[in-house]
Each structure stands twice: as C-alpha cells, then as structure tokens.
Design a protein around this ligand. Structure first.
Ligand SMILES: [Fe+2]
Length: 327
C-alpha cells in the first residue's frame, strides 16, 4: 500500500455519545486505504496550508471590485472569483476562488503582479500539493482498483479552489455552507483552517452526518472513481455546515481524469451494475462534468436551472444515479 496510508492512522467512524444523540469520531487502528474505499480518508502528514495568505487574498478581492473584475475577465465564461452568496439567500453561503492550471495560463503578467505575493503563495501551495500528494493518492487508488490510475490523469484536469465562508452573506443566519453532494471527479483533497468544529461533515448512512475534525486534511473520492472502480470505491456524500458569525476558509484541490477518458469500469465483471450509456462508452469525463457542473453551479448560485420543477438535493443526486447505475 502506498506510504501515505499508514496502518495506525485514525479512521472516521460513526459512534454515539452517551445520550445516543450526537455522532462523533473514534480513532481505530485500521488501514486508511479501507477508509478511502468507503469514507473520507485523512492525510497523516499534509503540506501546511498558508491560511493567513489565503485570507488576505480573499479580503483583497472582496474589497477591490475592480481587481476582482479584471480577474474574472480572464475567464468570462464562468468567472474566477464568485460571490453569488452576497446576494442569493438560497445558494451555498460561501464565496469561491477557482484557479485551475489552464486559467492560470490566461492571467496576464501585469494582473498577476497586481494580485501580489498572497496570490503567488496560494498558487505555489496548490502546486506543491499537486506534486506531493496527488501521485501518492493516485498510487493508493491504483492498488485498490488494480489499474494504473495515473495513466488517466496525465493532462492536469485539476481545480485549485479557495472557499470563504464569510459571515456577511445574503443569509447570515443560514447553516448551509455547502449543500450535500458528491464530487464529480476522482478525488478531492480538503484543507481546513480549524475554525469551525463541525463544519465539514460526511454521510455514513442516509441522513447520518458525522463531523470531520477541523484540523484534519481529508481525501474524498468522487463519481469518476466510483464508476472506474466498478463501484468498489464510493463517491462519499458530504456537506459543509456554516456557523453563523464565524468565518472559515478551506482550500480544495480537485483531481479528475483527463476529459476524453471514457467512464466505464475497468473490470468487465462489474458492467452489469451500470447503465447502458456507461457500458457502451457513451459517457466521457468531459460530458459527465458538463452534466454535474450544471448542478453544482446551481447549488452555488452561479447558474439557474430547473430540476424537474423542483430544487432539492435528492433530485440532483437521483439524476446522476440514473445516468450511472443500471435500472
Ligand atoms: Fe465536495
């Protein structure tokens, strides 16, 4: 097993307090790769995230609309610094900064200079995470699925995201920081700034949410890993609860297969569990991302869509389940 998954590292597990009401964590001496298969896994020795510089960068963009507009103009299709939560009471109550490698290349040198050393520090941090942790996790996943996953991840289909759960959103009393969802890609590495005790939660069974320790750097797998592994790896539902009045920042590196990769299980013996669309190789990563993207942009307040006349988390998830699994 890859070195990052030590046999003595803690595993998240549902347990009950004495009052039988509140789930909490227990540390167990179990291999973390088994955790990664079914739940969030913890990175034992993560690179240190520069949260002070992240906070200053986000403050700079929020207080300087001209600079934020210049940044967004480099990717006018979707923008880079997204602030829908300042005016939308129903969306996820957070701001986001998305700086993928391809968008970085579009930044003029003059704008990069204007963004200053905090921006450079954030980019440098994500590049270090990409260099150190991404190969480790891909190697561990490869062992789980019996296929070299790194071959499907050669084109840097990544996203570097900062999430800013600021108190002064349009709905300051809302506890919805990020609605329940599964990530679309292979895996995501989530760095947390330790400010809110129960902010990030994972679902261990329907409706049972377990808080993730605020000092943990975690890895959560997404739909692409679930399909390629024939369902051996779970796409774990998770959400972020917002603590009114408390600012929290997280940094997330999203890793997905190359856009042209067909989403089909490596093991033909698992094909019977999947839809005809998947089995026939009609769903590639680019198309799947397009379907998923509509849903997450809607949840984040950056795109309006109608979901069967409703706007519920269950409907969004059901859509994807129907696309992926056999009837
Ligand atoms: Fe997520």
């Amino acid at each position: 097993m890859a070195a990052i998954f030590t046999t003595s590292a803690p595993q998240l597990k549902l347990d009950q307090h004495e009052d039988q009401q509140t789930p909490r964590h227990h540390s167990l001496d179990q291999p973390l790769h088994s955790t990664l298969r079914t739940q969030l896994a913890t990175l034992p020795t993560p690179i240190k995230a520069p949260f002070g510089q992240m906070r200053r960068l986000l403050d700079t963009l929020l207080s300087n609309p001209t600079l934020a507009a210049s940044l967004n103009n480099t990717y006018p299709k979707r923008g880079i610094f997204k602030t829908a939560a300042l005016t939308n009471t129903n969306s996820d109550q957070k701001l986001t900064l998305d700086i993928s490698p391809s968008r970085l290349e579009l930044l003029p040198a003059s704008l990069r200079t204007e963004l200053g050393p905090d921006f450079d520090a954030v980019v440098s941090f994500f590049q270090s995470v990409e260099r150190v942790h991404v190969p480790q996790i891909l190697a561990a996943l490869s062992q789980l699925v019996g296929f070299d996953m790194s071959r499907l991840h050669a084109a840097r289909n990544l996203n570097f995201r900062l999430c800013d759960y600021i108190p002064s959103t349009a709905n300051p009393d809302s506890s919805n920081g990020c609605g329940a969802h599964r990530d679309y890609g292979t895996f995501s590495i989530i760095f947390q700034d330790k400010t809110a005790l129960t902010a990030l939660e994972a679902e261990v069974s329907p409706g049972i949410w377990v808080p993730v320790p605020p000092d943990a750097t975690v890895v959560v797998c997404g739909w692409c890993a679930a399909v390629l592994s024939g369902g051996e790896i779970k796409a774990v539902r998770h959400r972020v609860r917002r603590v009114p009045g408390v600012r929290r920042i997280s940094a997330v590196l999203f890793v997905a297969p190359d856009l042209e990769v067909k989403l089909r299980p490596f093991d033909e013996g698992k094909w019977k569990y999947f839809s005809d669309e998947i089995i026939h190789g009609n769903v590639d990563v680019e198309g799947f991302k397009e379907v998923m993207g509509k849903k997450w942009r809607h949840r984040e307040g950056n795109e309006d869509i109608t979901l069967n006349g409703q706007d519920s988390e269950v409907d969004q998830d059901d859509d994807i389940q129907r696309l992926v699994w056999a009837d």
